[in-house]
Design a protein around this ligand. Structure first.
Ligand code: ERO
Length: 308
């Protein structure tokens, strides 16, 4: 079975990645992922210019059908992650970066441009959990201005991590912005920002930051993730590949992401729940579905969702 995909000519022998934020903060965790045979490549925890502890705990909570988090960007800082991805690895790496402001984003990308890192970078335009900082990619004019400034000097492969959109007009608007730039990929979706879970027994919220509001992930966001992959695939230039992230629990969910047009697929909440063995199970389940349908390669059905 050929489960490979490509971004910017870089071959991912296996379609599975981690979702940024899960099992990717330390080099030990990143090594675990890279050493796993069913993982095609890794995405780092989004790096800020300086190391951050993040928001106060509890800041992650597992629900029956997914998760809610308000981690607040805990990470070891840009230097830590650039040092890691600059090493020679047997699989592709994606360096995720997230400024706390547009000026930070520009500075991070200047530093990457000046470094000898030649792999993929992903600018996170969608963190829902930095208190007082809006998600940049909901501001279309701001995103356009930022990408203009960045691509004036940034000549290395760059993609962006997007928040979920919910209105068809918003897909048109963000695609019109993104299509102006030589992006290698978009990664969609980040968590669904600012949900709220109420524990009825204790009559309380379940995470501490922001009065209990946080980003939703896991199975409960699958339909939103598929809609975003599909709607963006229908609107973006063919050269901009899509990493499908969100809601993957079974091989059928992975199949659906590919059918909607994903090149690669990330696993977040379910990786947190199940550990690295999730990738073996998903590979088995996906391969069985493909075999039953007579498919040998992801390209046999990628983007070929039927409408009625
Ligand atoms: O709180 C976080 O560190 C975080 N959580 C998410 O669900 N998505 C993010 O993009 C993110 C931080 C960048």
């Amino acid at each position: 079975m050929d489960l490979s995909g490509q971004i910017n000519g870089q071959q991912f022998e296996h379609l599975f990645l981690n979702a940024s934020g899960v099992h990717c903060q330390s080099t030990t965790e990143l090594d675990d992922l890279l050493n796993h045979p069913a993982v095609g490549g890794i995405v780092t925890k989004s790096a800020t210019l300086e190391k951050r502890d993040g928001n106060p705990a509890p800041r992650y909570y597992e629900l029956a059908d997914g998760s809610i988090n308000s981690m607040g960007l805990p990470n070891f800082g840009y230097d830590y992650y650039i040092d890691y991805v600059k090493q020679s690895h047997a699989k592709p790496t994606i360096l995720s970066v997230a400024g706390l402001s547009a000026a930070d984003d520009v500075q991070l990308l200047h530093q990457i441009q000046a470094s000898d890192y030649a792999g993929l970078t992903e600018l996170n335009l969608s963190c829902p959990n930095v208190i007082g900082k809006p998600q940049m990619a909901y501001d279309y004019a701001g995103t356009e201005a930022l990408l203009k400034e960045i691509f004036a000097f940034f000549k290395k492969p760059l993609g962006v991590k997007l928040p979920p959109y919910f209105d068809l007009v918003h897909f048109d608007q963000i695609a019109a912005v993104l299509n102006q730039f030589p992006l290698t990929h978009v990664n969609t979706i980040n968590s669904v920002g600012n949900g709220l879970w109420v524990d009825v027994a204790s009559e309380s919220v379940v995470i501490k930051p922001k009065g209990g509001f946080g980003g939703l992930g896991g199975r409960m966001v699958l339909l939103t993730a598929l809609a975003n992959v599909r709607a963006l695939r229908q609107r973006l230039n063919d050269s901009i590949k899509i990493i499908g992230t969100g809601g993957v629990k079974t091989g059928a969910d992975v199949f659906a992401h590919i059918l909607c047009g994903a090149e690669l697929v990330s696993v977040g909440t379910q990786l947190q729940v199940e550990g690295l063995s999730v990738y073996d199970r998903l590979t088995t389940e996906l391969s069985r579905i493909m075999a039953d349908k007579g498919y040998h390669s992801l390209s046999d059905f990628r983007g070929k969702l039927k409408t009625i």
